[in-house]
Design a protein around this ligand. Sequence first.
Ligand SMILES: Nc1nc2c(ncn2[C@@H]2O[C@H](COP(=O)(O)OP(=O)(O)O)[C@@H](O)[C@H]2O)c(=O)[nH]1
Ligand SMILES: [Mg+2]
Ligand SMILES: [Zn+2]
Length: 292
Amino acid sequence: MTDTNNISIVTELYGNRGLCWNAIDGFQSFILIQKQTDIVIGDRVICNELVSDECTIEKIVVKDNSLKKMSANGRVQNIANNVTNAIMVLSSQPKPNFYLLDKLILIAELNACKINIVINKCDLDHASLKDSLNYYELLGYPVTIVSAKNNINKDNLLSILKGESSLLLGQSGVGKSTLINWLLQEETIKTNMLSQKNQRGRHTTTTTKLHIMNNDTYLFDTPGMENPYPNISDKHQIQEGFREMVSNRNECKYRDCLHINEPRCSVKDSMLSNESSERRHSHYVKIFETIS
Ligand SMILES: Nc1nc2c(ncn2[C@@H]2O[C@H](COP(=O)(O)OP(=O)(O)O)[C@@H](O)[C@H]2O)c(=O)[nH]1
Ligand SMILES: [Mg+2]
Ligand SMILES: [Zn+2]
């Protein structure tokens, strides 16, 4: 019997059906009523009592954040709600895309997520990638070095996931799917409820899923987060993704400065004085220009 005060977390969705989980009842199937179309993986919900093995959702608890992406047809889609930990995955091959990294950091900062950087494929030469990431470590983003394929440093990765709801982000080919499969070899609370009923309502093959690694550690599995969408209404918000701007902001002599090409803007000048931050500044300007 479901305790109606008990909050569950949505782990899978297939059309108007889905699964949610809590530590007491485990996994439970639910069916959505018509107006509950805005439900997203990671939502916290309060369920009604079971009726023939299925419950309905009484209430969606207010979410902390919402990660979105832009689909191929230009529509903004909700991918995951209540993400606490954004894991930026990079590798030496394919060639690292630092513009994407800076954009992902902006999105994670706007969603108040913790941010961790992971270098995967450490079996390949990654010295230059590691050097390029030193600056990020100075900004306060820890760098963890692993190989999913060669089973190197798994415990380090597990320790940054512990107690968090983590989402792996990064360009295609860096090894996100391989990392998830590797991590899920650990103890994971398995669903055995993927009934035919649920599978039939499935509308797309590219759905997000939330893995319950243990009672307080969750891992989002989401395909295609290569085109994340920053939900920005005011261009001043872009600075939130650039900690070096936020921390030096009071030194700039202009009020409401955008630190782009204002003469003798100390925030801009200080970023342009070093190679790593100069590149970050160019990404800041590029994001600024692409957001209208
Ligand atoms: N050399 C090496 N290759 C890896 C490692 N992890 C993943 N790969 C390979 O990288 C390629 C892309 O991996 P995939 O998980 O599909 O990347 P995704 O697009 O980010 O999900 C595959 O060929 C993997 O076998 C690793 O630690 N070392
Ligand atoms: Mg993949
Ligand atoms: Zn300025």
